[in-house]
Design a protein around this ligand. Structure first.
Ligand code: FE2
Length: 216
């Protein structure tokens, strides 16, 4: 059976400081990843035997590398577009409480998150990780490099040049400042709530044990 996914639609009207041209050009790249993952899954579903598979070069190796790259490209872009804009761009609620708990203040978090965004070639990811049940800012150089398994993504920033070059040239710092003023905190709080619901299904135990339980 062939797996297929469709592109999601996002409302860019409420985004301030990033042009519709920049956002729609970026969206086209996302559409490309959806097309590619469907193409890869179709090949994997239809072709039953991959002779000569090996880790230097083989058809199955190429498909598997393409699968994780394209699928993470889809997921990361959907999370990014979803947490951009909206009417709740000021930090509030449970996510703000966690940020203050784990970073001291929202301002300190902003500086750290921006720093990671300036340091990486692909993505900055604020996640809550069940290994210690705390916030972590992870960095990725590409869709498939830097991911941390089981960490639950809360806020995603795309720092590839294609995300900002049309509007900001090479000024990534300005782009990140504009991004930070466009965070949809309703969405971030909803993601945190989903994580807490998932974790509440696990028996009470210390975070490290919960993590291992989660893996089983
Ligand atoms: Fe992107």
């Amino acid at each position: 059976m062939v797996k297929e996914i469709n592109t999601k639609v996002f409302d860019f009207e409420s985004v301030n400081g990033i042009s519709m041209n920049q956002l729609t050009q970026h969206y086209k790249l996302y559409e490309g990843y959806v097309k590619k993952i469907n193409e890869i899954w179709n090949i994997l579903a239809k072709k039953k035997d991959f002779k000569g598979s090996n880790p230097t070069f083989s058809t199955l190796r190429s498909l598997k590398l393409g699968e994780s790259y394209a699928l993470n490209g889809v997921k990361l872009h959907e999370l990014y577009f979803e947490n951009l804009g909206g009417n709740s761009t000021r930090p509030f609620g449970p996510i703000l409480e966690l940020i203050i708990r784990d970073y001291g203040s929202y301002s300190d978090f902003q500086n750290r998150f921006k720093g990671v965004g300036l340091s990486m070639r692909g993505w900055a990811v604020l996640a809550i990780d069940p290994i210690d049940n705390r916030l972590h800012i992870y960095g990725q150089d590409s869709h498939d490099k830097g991911l941390v398994w089981n960490a639950f993504p809360l806020l995603i920033l795309d720092v590839y040049e294609h995300a900002y070059m049309i509007d900001f040239g090479i000024d990534r710092s300005k782009y990140i400042d504009v991004f930070m003023s466009n965070i949809n905190f309703d969405i971030v709080n909803t993601r945190l709530s989903i994580y807490n619901t998932l974790m509440s299904k696990l028996p009470p135990m210390n975070p490290m044990l919960r993590y291992h339980h989660y893996l089983i």
